[in-house]
Design a protein around this ligand. Structure first.
Ligand code: ARG
Length: 459
């Protein structure tokens, strides 16, 4: 057997380098409070199941509270030797209260501890995300409600398609965000399962009552398999997916607003501080806030795909790779919390230019309605579509609007046309035809507003 051995100096420097390499305190210190909360619940259960005396339990709880106070008033001193938040809190506890502190980790492993802490953290931050999302949705609904009469072009392929209500457009994003909110609620149910009591992988040998810990920490159930519980990070993948999909919606929303705020469109303007001037060109207003939101959606998607890559090759139970769950999680969640706030402010403050939207409504967008007019006179739709196409072509060749064709010209194309064809060329009437549930007619849009308001009031 050949044993390679580093000379002492190199061993020491390697040890220091490795210490830095696997240290997670710089980013997992934000778990300090959930870590203490989990330890308190565990200490209480150790006492209930006879592993700690009343005095020891008391000392632990007082000690944990002192550690909490140190974090709160920023006096907690982190040491280079503290590998992560769990080691740091326990090290400090033992310094403060001595031997009974050494009993806290009885039957516990950092594997069930970190899983518990993370679930507590995710539960808290997803509830924040949910309420911020709802605030954003309410702002969208309010904007929709205040501009019900405003008409604008609706686009497919970014080509002018049909006239719609401005409110219909903006509400389309509210419904996507409502689904995100519901998704988050479902994820929260799966987050809220207690892993503590799973030990390193095999469970707990001291007959602790896991249900009692769950109750104390507000978990709705306990995990069913200790090997699964210590290696399950599905809840993190799901939260990262929630962030990614929500950001996809916000990014598309931002993109619409960016396009609509160009001088070429001029439908909206993004006020300061959400847009900024150019350092060179005095006339410019750049929608930085929206561009950053669109840009950050890429990184947030990257956090999800990177994390799934980390997970996919792991053998069962805990592996140190799992420590790589934290940075993407913290980054995505804290980004989305800020983004939701910024987006809400943009929605509350962007200005709309009603006249500009009206001016962009071109009569060719009513060609479909010419076909619908014929359908209502019993012409099969495919035929009506062809006839309407001929009318559009004729107007184009004459360089005039559809409504500027004479009745005779219409009738030369098809004798079904009557004098009332001219009532088709009214954008308000056009929009009001779409009065099904989900349509862009006023009453359909009011129905959408009501359904979102009712949902928000129930939440
Ligand atoms: N810092 C570790 C993590 O975040 C805690 C768990 C470490 N467990 C272990 N057996 N090394 O994943």
């Amino acid at each position: 057997i050949f044993k390679a051995q580093l000379p002492f100096r190199r061993f020491c420097s390697s040890k220091a380098l490795m210490g830095k390499f696997h240290n997670s305190l710089s980013f997992d210190k934000r778990l300090w409070d959930v870590d203490i909360r989990g330890s308190e619940a565990f200490a209480k259960e150790l006492h209930r199941s006879g592993l700690l005396s009343q005095r020891e339990e008391g000392e632990l709880l007082v000690g944990l509270n002192s550690v909490r106070k140190e974090w709160e008033n920023d006096s907690f001193v982190m040491l280079d030797s503290d590998e992560d938040i769990h080691m740091a809190n326990e090290r400090r506890l033992i310094e403060l209260i001595g031997d009974s502190g050494r009993k806290l980790h009885t039957g516990r492993s950092r594997n069930d501890q970190v899983a518990t802490d993370l679930r507590l953290w995710c539960r808290q931050s997803s509830s924040e995300a949910r309420s911020k999302l709802q605030i954003l949705i309410r702002s969208i609904v309010n904007r929709a409600n205040s501009h019900l009469s405003v008409l604008m072009p609706g686009y497919t392929h970014l080509q002018r398609a049909q006239p719609i209500r401005f409110s219909h457009w903006i509400l389309s994003y509210a419904f996507a965000l409502q689904r995100d909110c519901e998704r988050l609620e479902q994820i929260s149910e799966r987050i809220n399962v207690l892993p503590l009591g799973s030990g390193a992988l095999a469970g707990n040998a001291f007959k602790i009552d896991r249900d009692a810990i769950a109750k104390d920490l507000g978990f709705s159930s306990v995990s069913s398999n200790s090997m699964d519980a210590t290696s399950d990070r599905d809840f993190i993948a799901e939260l990262l997916f929630f962030c990614t999909l929500t950001m996809t919606h916000l990014s598309r929303f931002a993109e619409d607003l960016i396009i609509y705020s160009t001088k070429e469109f001029g439908y909206v303007s993004i006020p300061e501080p959400f847009s900024t001037g150019s350092s060179l060109m005095p006339q410019k207003r750049n929608p930085d806030s929206l561009e950053l939101i669109r840009g950050k959606s890429g990184r947030i998607f990257g956090n999800l795909s990177g994390f799934l890559m980390t997970m996919k090759g792991l053998p069962s139970c805990y592996n140190k790779d799992l420590q790589e769950d934290k940075e993407p999680l913290f980054d995505s969640m804290s980004s989305i919390l800020t983004i939701l706030e910024i987006f809400t402010l943009v929605i509350d403050s962007f200005e709309i230019n009603e006249a500009q939207m009206r001016n962009a409504l071109h009569e060719e967008m009513l060609a479909t309605d010419v076909a619908f007019y014929l359908v209502r006179r019993n012409i099969p739709f495919r035929t009506a579509h062809g006839i309407s196409r001929q009318c559009v072509d004729l107007a184009e060749s004459k360089g005039c609007l559809l409504s500027e064709l004479s009745l005779q010209q219409f009738q030369e194309i098809d004798k079904t046309f009557d004098a009332d064809i001219f009532s088709v060329f009214d954008f308000e009437n056009a929009v009001e035809q779409y009065d099904v549930v989900g349509g862009t007619a006023k009453k359909s849009v009011e129905h959408q507003i009501k359904s979102l308001q009712d949902w928000l009031d129930r939440e």
